[in-house]
Design a protein around this ligand. Structure first.
Ligand code: GAR
Length: 207
């Protein structure tokens, strides 16, 4: 493959969601309006059949699949994990973006896509890992918080950090107002990281 064709090739991406899917929507919108180049979202996967994001993805004509995660409540493992890996292979997925996917990923998947799974988390990691990160920040009386895009490993929000954006927390902020401030930054950060990956500024194995 010559240099030009290598540069011109889009990266095949899958996005995993669990409900609203607004980060996913912004990514799809940025691709549609050519604000984000070199990324091709070929698949959206949800562990929740009623996820609003699934219907949004369909509007963008992206293959959208619900994967029944039973019998597991908090992790992606077993049959569901096997199905996910098969779908990713069918679509030649090179990079997986978790965007509000509220489930731990396990060994088979992480091994199959080693170094090629990224996640967005609503805090400045390593602070406030896990669920309700915005509430944790308010309860800790933190002066600032923000969001992080990081590589996914087998830990909970422990993988290598790629990029972060901060927000200030005012005295009268609560979980809701802080979440609003943070999500605006998430929308900017996730597409920026994807653009950096597409431009080769952030290195992903086999891309
Ligand atoms: C986002 O704030 C994302 O950072 C968070 O869930 C929200 C999903 O919103 N993810 C986590 O808390 C993961 N631990 P969205 O579905 O509208 O993109």
């Amino acid at each position: 493959m010559g240099l030009f064709s290598k540069l011109a090739k889009n990266i095949n991406v899958a996005i995993f969601i669990s409900s609203r899917g607004s980060n996913m929507e912004v990514i799809l919108k940025n691709i549609e309006t050519s604000k984000l180049k070199g990324i091709n979202v070929r698949l959206v996967i949800s562990d929740n059949e009623d996820a609003k994001g699934l219907s949004i993805a369909r509007k963008y004509n992206v293959r959208s699949e619900y994967i029944d995660p039973a019998p597991f409540k908090t992790k992606l493992e077993g049959l569901a994990e096997d199905k996910v890996i098969k779908m990713l292979q069918e679509e030649n997925i090179e990079l997986v973006c978790l965007a509000g996917f509220m489930r731990m990923v396990k060994q088979n998947f992480v091994k199959a896509y080693e170094g090629r799974i990224i996640n967005i988390h609503p805090s400045i990691l390593p602070n406030f890992k896990g669920i309700k990160a915005q509430k944790q920040a308010i309860e800790a009386n933190a002066k600032e918080s923000g969001c992080t895009v990081h590589f996914v490993d087998l830990g909970m929000d422990t993988g290598r950090i790629i990029a972060q954006r901060k927000v200030k927390i005012k005295k009268d902020d609560d979980e809701k107002s802080l979440s609003k401030k943070i999500i605006k930054q998430e929308y900017i950060l996730y597409s920026k990281v994807l653009q950096d990956i597409a431009n080769g500024k952030v290195k992903i194995p086999n891309i």
